[in-house]
Design a protein. Structure first.
Length: 166
């Protein structure tokens, strides 16, 4: 692989059997289908301590999940690595996974949160609501642009990466 491409990990997490909670895994699948050699994809129900090792061997990580509140569409923001103690090590937030990667594995990986607004979470079924599908399409288009090695902001300065998302 050409050395000019940084390694990127996309972690899509959530429960596809709980309607719009499957937005993170759905986004990850669309990224995986692009088959970009510098992009690795993990799909999971939730984040765990073990994810910190996978994060540590990448330059960038994007944590994709359903967002239950906020504006329609999606949000994308850089994370600050944190270490927070939780009652369980089997469910962590993205900033904590990133923090563990930094502390345990001396990683310099930069982390970002991609929250895709969902609406229906209180039932069972493997389908997305119409509005959530529209938000997924917007987030997928954003990720396609972000990961484009010719003009994607991920391959430019950090300032460009953040400002192109607002």
């Amino acid at each position: 692989m050409d050395e000019k491409f940084p390694l990127v990990l996309v972690i899509g997490y959530g429960n596809p059997g709980r309607l719009d909670d499957g937005l993170g895994p759905a986004l990850a699948k669309t990224v995986e289908e692009r088959n970009l050699p510098w992009v690795h994809v993990d799909i999971s129900y939730q984040l765990s301590v073990e994810d910190s090792h996978a994060v540590s061997v990448h330059d960038y990580v994007v944590f994709a999940d359903a967002a239950v509140s906020g504006e329609d569409g999606f949000h994308f923001r850089e994370l600050n690595p944190e270490i927070s103690m939780s009652h369980t090590s089997h469910h962590l937030d993205p900033a904590s996974v990133l923090g563990l990667a930094h502390v345990l594995f001396n990683s310099n990986c930069r982390g970002f949160e991609l929250g895709i607004h969902g609406y229906d979470f209180n039932d069972f079924g493997e389908k997305l609501s119409t509005r959530a599908e529209e938000n997924l399409e917007s987030a997928t288009a954003f990720m396609k642009r972000l990961l484009d090695p010719q003009k994607g902001p991920l391959f430019e300065s950090a300032e460009t990466l953040i400002t192109t998302t607002s």
